[in-house]
Design a binder for this molecule. Structure first.
Ligand SMILES: C=Cc1c(C(=O)O)[nH]c(=O)[nH]c1=O
Length: 311
């Protein structure tokens, strides 16, 4: 069984990695990912300066997933850029993605210029879908702003770039967003980010379970797998084949991983499952995938990638 895959110029030994924001905010967490069976890693979405984020409790595990309103806590771009450049020396072939979530176009352009001026040779993921910074609407739902940002970004940045998208729930929106994205030389899209602004209640105490934003937060885990499958499938059907897809959302088992690849994902990320199970989740899920591939007679991921059949 050959589990290798590529994303732009990066070669992945396995198609599974962390989702930005989970187990990737500090060098300790990032080194943990390096030593795991993950095929690559992505750093916590960065802003130019460090941020402490929203007040606790800002994350909760739920019966079928998780809710979070972290508020973009991170160590600042230079911390992650330095980690990426140091790791490239010790692990030259390990794929590293830098995630950015600037709070303005100017901040995103400043960060891209700093990355471009550095020795960084990995992939950059521009997060257009953070649902948890109070007062900041998700760029991914403002199509004019998304177009403006992508135009400016591609005038500034000449390294491979992908974007992290929020989930969409309407076929006309898939058409509209894909039409915008197909106008740009994107290396990849990553879909989906958490399903924004859900609410979970503690029935006993009649309270919310997280503090920020009155308890509203991004939903992840099994709850969102049908949404992730649909978004990967819809964009694979609509996007220029040169734009690859990272599939994220609701992956708990090897079967879930298989399904996202069947919808067209080139690489798959886990967030909630990694938060709950730790890095052993990578080996468990990959072993389950290999068993399914062997049972079905598939030797490589390309044997079934994107081959979902309809009735
Ligand atoms: C970058 C901020 C994000 C956050 C956050 O830091 O609150 N949570 C998410 O579920 N997705 C995000 O994109």
């Amino acid at each position: 069984i050959d589990l290798t895959t590529t994303l732009n110029k990066l070669h992945f030994k396995t198609p599974l990695m962390n989702a930005a924001g989970v187990h990737c905010a500090t060098t300790t967490e990032l080194d943990d990912l390096l030593d795991s069976q993950a095929g690559g890693l992505v750093t916590k979405s960065a802003t130019l300066q460090p941020r402490t984020g929203n007040p606790d409790p800002r994350y909760a595990n739920l019966p079928f997933g998780s809710i979070n309103s972290m508020g973009l806590p991170n160590q600042g771009l230079d911390y992650y850029l330095n980690y990426a450049n140091a790791t490239a020396l010790t692990h030259p072939d390990f794929p590293i993605l830098l995630s950015l979530a600037g709070q303005s176009l100017a901040e995103n352009l400043q960060m891209l210029e700093r990355i471009q001026a550095s020795a960084f040779s990995g992939l950059t993921e521009l997060n257009l879908s953070c649902p948890n910074v109070p007062g900041k609407p998700q760029i991914g739902y403002d199509f004019d702003q998304m177009k403006t940002i992508l135009t400016a970004v591609f005038q500034t940045f000449n390294q491979p770039l992908g974007i992290k998208l929020p989930p969409y729930f309407d076929l006309a929106q898939f058409d509209l967003v894909a039409d915008i994205l197909n106008q740009f030389p994107l290396a990849f899209i990553n879909t989906i980010n958490s399903v924004g602004n859900g609410l979970f209640i503690n029935l006993e105490t009649e309270t919310t379970v997280i503090k920020p934003k009155g308890g509203f937060g991004g939903i992840g885990g099994s709850y969102v797998k049908p949404v992730a499958l649909a978004n990967v499938r819809a964009f694979r059907q609509r996007l220029n084949p040169a734009i690859q897809i990272i599939g994220t959302g609701g992956v708990v088992s090897g079967g879930d991983l298989f399904e996202l690849i069947l919808c067209g994902a080139d690489v798959v990320q886990i967030g909630t499952t990694l938060a709950q199970e730790g890095t052993p989740a990578f080996g468990r899920i990959l072993t389950e995938l290999e068993r399914i591939m062997a049972q079905k007679g598939y030797a490589t991921l390309a044997d079934f990638r994107g081959n979902l059949k309809t009735l």
